[in-house]
Design a protein around this ligand. Structure first.
Ligand code: GLN
Length: 535
């Protein structure tokens, strides 16, 4: 029988529910329990695919091609398990399913209502995750903060869920903030008390409280919270701020989170094996080689927009003992100030994915700078497309070369629409999405990194390298090191006579894991370390 843990949040948003859910997943996995983690997002978009990264941060792409919340990336990285489209649910997707059913006449003339139709659909989605992979535990994170109007149907659904599957199979975990109030010189429990009161008014009594705090939670306050919120003292779990998110599982382990969870769910206590995770955190905290990597993009004010890229860099840095520093470079500013002003002194340049023409010229400038100055360069998706445009303009002398995404009437569309995208009109979920195979050419940098002829990577794009220019590029010394198995689509390019210049049409960052850094990022960081030591 699958057990269910529901994680809600109170007091403020951005409290770290996702990391708590992911950390609990890690702790259960380290005890040989299988887990799946599901995110319920209260917004009305069907998925975050069409949302601006400024609104939502990164769009995480699952193997099966769902565009999901960035928390799914944390779930995958912490539990080392791939999630699927079932693991991401939004209010929009729930209503879409219910309304489609209503239009088909499936409700036999009945009035369609939030309770029971919407709540049943929500419960059905949670159930589906349990049935799909049959994990020991399904952890469900409810987006938003208790008290939001929007999340009410989700909370009502999870309230009913306990009755449906049996009390002993469900646990409610509430993540709150216990702030330090400087003027009083004290930590305050009142916001948590209020938040629990709010939760109770919906009919949910939390079993475990996770208290985010910036300093140790005094025993007296733990007892106070226990008393007022009716949670045993051992289940008032402080989650003190960590230097890195990867330390959180270890902190929560010390506070007994997994032990209490298993006890409350009537599951057998197993010894955890966290040695690998511990080593990872130790390595993270004792780096040896300082390196500075520039991330050149349009959304740099919000680092969450490139979350998986940053995490993939970190994983590779941990493996190579790199002391990673990031230089966020706004490509629009670079356009104005010139590359030298923004990139001098860096050991590596990354141009990540993106959409829209704004800042593209700055990205192209950055790539030219990295190419000419022999600085390690990794291009991801749009980053590859920009590197193709850079080569076309500066080496192949097509000065007007562009992507037809940005300049529909260019004489030289070196990047153009995938043929299967020609007639697509809907924007949501219609890109080339998810896992596709790629053939890696022998005797290339890519091959030396992957050590494999066929690899699988996740995609999210509409445009691709224009094959009309393939021979011209090859003749001018460009190396196409990865293609679709039929040879049609260019998936990876690289430049010889450069320490590390590689770009890919896919998003390798989505598959990097803390203990299994992605080969492209590993190679890139290794080259950056070599670069930093060369002067
Ligand atoms: N905008 C480009 C495309 O659609 C690149 C997408 C991306 O970087 N993910 O092809």
């Amino acid at each position: 029988m699958t057990k269910f843990v529901f994680v809600t949040g109170g007091v403020v948003s951005s409290i770290g529910k996702g990391i708590v859910a992911a950390s609990l997943g890690r702790l259960l996995k380290s005890r040989n329990y299988s887990v799946s983690i599901l995110k319920l997002d209260p917004y009305i978009n069907v998925d975050p695919g069409t949302m601006s990264p400024f609104q939502h941060g990164e769009v995480f792409v699952t193997q099966d091609g769902a565009e999901t919340d960035l928390d799914l990336g944390h779930y995958e990285r912490f539990t080392d398990t791939s999630m699927s489209r079932l693991n991401s649910v939004t209010t929009g997707s729930i209503y879409q399913a219910v309304i489609n059913r209503e239009r088909r006449g499936d409700y036999n003339g009945g009035t369609v209502q939030v309770i029971p139709h919407i709540t049943n659909e929500i419960k059905e989605r949670i159930d589906r995750v349990a049935k799909d992979t049959n994990p020991d535990v399904v952890i469900t994170e409810i987006g938003g903060t208790v008290g939001d109007i929007e999340s009410l149907p989700f909370l009502e659904a999870i309230r009913q869920f306990r009755k449906d599957v049996g009390r002993q199979n469900v646990l409610y975990m509430h993540v709150t903030l216990v702030p330090w109030i400087a003027s009083a010189g004290e930590m305050k429990t009142k916001p948590t008390q209020h938040s629990v009161k709010e939760l109770r008014s919906i009919g949910i009594q939390p079993d475990i409280l996770i208290c985010r705090c910036d300093r140790p939670l005094p025993t007296g306050l733990k007892h106070k919270l226990s008393e007022f919120c009716d949670v045993p003292v051992a289940c008032v779990i402080p989650a003190i701020d960590a230097k890195s998110i990867y330390e959180v599982p270890l902190i929560l382990e010390r506070e007994g989170l997994a032990q209490q969870t298993l006890e409350l769910l009537n599951m057998e206590q197993h010894q955890p094996d966290l040695t690998q995770w511990q080593t990872l955190v130790e390595r993270l905290y004792s780096p040896k080689h300082p390196i500075e990597i520039a991330i050149v993009g349009k959304y740099v004010q919000l680092s969450d927009a490139y979350l998986s890229v940053v995490e993939a860099l970190r994983h590779a840095a941990i493996a190579m003992s790199g002391d990673l520093r990031l230089r966020w470079v706004n490509s629009e500013k670079l356009e104005v100030d010139g590359a030298e002003n923004h990139l001098a002194g860096v050991d590596g340049v990354i141009v990540p994915g993106g959409f829209g023409v704004r800042g593209v010229d700055g990205k192209i400038e950055a790539i030219k700078y990295a190419r000419i100055h022999q600085i390690p360069f990794l291009g991801l998706c749009l980053g590859m497309q920009c590197s193709v445009i850079e080569w076309a303009r500066n080496i192949a002398a097509f000065t007007d070369a562009h992507s037809s995404e940005f300049e529909p009437h260019t004489e030289n569309p070196v990047i153009n629409l995938l043929p299967e995208q020609q007639d697509v009109v809907d924007l949501g979920g219609t890109m080339r999405l998810g896992l596709y195979p790629c053939r890696v050419l022998p005797n290339t940098l890519a091959f030396s990194l992957y050590q494999d002829e066929v690899i699988y990577e996740r995609h999210r794009h509409r445009y691709e390298f224009n094959n009309a220019y393939r021979n011209l590029f090859l003749e001018s010394g460009y190396v196409i090191s990865g293609t679709s198995p039929d040879g049609r689509l260019v998936e990876m390019i690289e430049l010889p006579k450069h320490p590390f210049f590689l770009a890919c049409q896919f998003h390798p960052e989505f598959q990097s894991r803390p203990s299994a850094p992605h080969p492209l990022f590993k190679g890139f960081i290794e080259a950056a370390i070599a670069h930093s030591q060369s002067y």
